[in-house]
Design a protein around this ligand. Structure first.
Ligand SMILES: [Zn+2]
Ligand SMILES: [Zn+2]
Length: 500
């Protein structure tokens, strides 16, 4: 994930995870004459980073994936765990044999599914739970064999919310030609128009929530201003939790999996306990502060790319007593002599890392997707900016020259370089993808993986809450649907009455 000209020292994942080094080789003594974070910054620029951020030892035949663990035969999955034969997917957990998905859990055989849970054979659909054989539908629970439906509960054989006999249903969907791109595009357009005629709930969540605010929050309790979070208890400003559970957390981004007492952290998960002001510490980080890529470490302060260690400061090993004494001294110095960045911003103990610690440019991170800013603004605020790389591949096929159906698509398609229908960038159809598409009887996609992801990403509301009024009863509501948007938005009570 680091470009060639990045100043970061990168190890391939085999080398990073080998037992030949543990990070103490880079250990250095604390110098009380300099701000602590300055010394930590220097350490962060000399230790080796893993090429891709994965629990590498848990991946099988999964070479091109990032922020992933426990995967087999996956390709271009990101922020994903417990997956088998999944391609081009993001923010997934416990998913099998699926492609082009976003925010799905405990599901299989899905294609172009966003926000689905405990479902199978869900295609081009959003926010469906306990459902199977669903096409172009939104907000269904307990449904099967539905096309173009919205807000249904425990229904089957429905088309645009109308009930049909089983035979009639199959006759109509046969005519829709859903195994061709033309058929898919036509029904997709009609479905999206139909969805807009029905109300939406102010926020997405499930009935297992208790005392929750935010959006895309599930099975949570006493969780406020949370976003894309599952199973958070007693938390605020918690986001991107793909695996349960999170307990007692504040200002925390990703990813859960049995963590407790987390403050000002990102990508700290899997058994973490009492971790503060840290990034990328997993698994089983305990009593860790100001650390990055401290792997299976406990009682560490200001460590970077360190493995299976305890009582370390700046990657240097101490006795328990010396560690505790020095930690106190450093905290005192951090408050008396805090680090100041180029913009004059001050970082005493209790603040997250300064912006210049980031190993990435702003526009190559998820921040840019959520909060797009001009290059000049980004630089002015002290972030880095990176110019987009220009693709050097010469396409051999235009997307609209792809065969109409997958049954007419030859094996040789995997040798073509296809030009995306939307952005003209080059992409490929890989053998594993061809085999899954044949199994699902779906045509090869005419858009590149990035354009496909962007469409799903845009169908998920951003992490912003607006004050609106329920379109039915008029009470004030907080919702991620901006006031000027065309959706009809109801408060939870009115929505539940409507769909019951
Ligand atoms: Zn594209
Ligand atoms: Zn209402």
């Amino acid at each position: 994930m680091y470009p060639e000209d990045s100043s970061v020292l990168v190890y391939c994942n085999t080398c990073w995870w080998s037992d030949k080094w543990d990070g103490t080789e880079y250990g250095r003594a604390y110098d009380p004459s300099k701000p602590f974070l300055e010394q930590l910054y220097e350490l962060s620029r000399i230790t080796p980073y893993m090429a891709l951020e994965n629990l590498y030892t848990s991946l099988v035949d999964t070479e091109y994936t990032n922020y992933a663990a426990y995967q087999k035969n996956c390709y271009l999955t990101y922020y994903s765990d417990y997956a088998n034969n999944v391609l081009y997917a993001m923010f997934i957990a416990h998913v099998n044999d699926s492609m082009d998905c976003y925010r799905i859990r405990d599901s299989e055989l899905c294609y172009e599914a966003t926000g689905c849970y405990k479902s199978s054979r869900v295609f081009f659909s959003e926010e469906c739970t306990d459902s199977h054989d669903i096409w172009f539908s939104k907000n269904l629970i307990g449904c099967s064999n539905c096309v173009g439906c919205v807000n249904l509960r425990n229904k089957s054989y429905c088309i645009f919310n109308e009930k049909y006999s089983k035979e009639e249903y199959h006759r109509i969907i046969e005519e829709m030609d859903l195994h061709t791109q033309r058929g898919i595009d036509a029904v997709s357009k009609k479905a999206k128009e139909f969805w807009l005629t029905k109300p939406r709930r102010a926020y997405e969540g499930n009935s297992l929530n208790v005392n929750v605010t935010g959006d895309y929050v599930y099975e949570s309790k006493n969780a406020h201003d949370c976003y894309m979070a599952t199973s958070v208890e007693d938390g605020k400003f918690v986001q991107f939790i793909s695996l349960p559970k999170v307990k007692d957390a504040y200002d925390y981004s990703g990813w859960g999996n049995n963590v407790e007492r987390i403050y000002e952290c990102d990508i700290v998960g899997e058994g973490a306990y009492n971790v503060k002001f840290s990034s990328e510490c997993w698994p089983d980080a305990r009593d860790v502060e100001y650390s990055m890529y401290a792997n299976a470490c406990t009682n560490c302060f200001g460590c970077v790319n360190l493995k299976k260690k305890s009582y370390c400061i700046l990657n240097k090993q101490y006795s328990k007593e010396d560690y505790e004494r020095l930690r106190e001294e450093i905290i005192k110095n951090m408050n008396e002599k805090p680090y100041r960045d180029e913009k004059g911003r001050v970082y005493p103990y209790g603040e997250y890392f300064p912006l210049n610690f980031s190993l990435f440019a702003y526009n190559e991170t998820m921040a840019y997707a959520y909060f797009e800013k001009d290059r000049d603004v980004i630089k002015k605020e002290g972030f880095q900016w990176r110019e987009q790389e220009v693709s050097t591949h010469t396409p051999t096929l235009k997307a609209d020259q792809l065969p109409l159906t997958i049954s007419e698509t030859p094996d040789t398609i995997t040798r073509e370089i296809v030009a995306c229908f939307s952005c003209a960038r080059a992409y490929r159809i890989i053998p594993q993808e061809l085999s899954l598409l044949r199994h699902l009887n779906l045509p090869a996609p005419q858009r590149c993986p990035e354009c496909r992801h962007l469409r799903r990403f845009q169908s998920t509301n951003p992490p912003r809450l607006y004050e609106r009024n329920c379109a039915k009863c008029g009470i004030p509501i907080k919702t991620s649907y901006a006031p000027e948007r065309p959706e009809i938005v109801y408060c939870e009570q009115c929505y539940n009455a409507e769909v019951a």
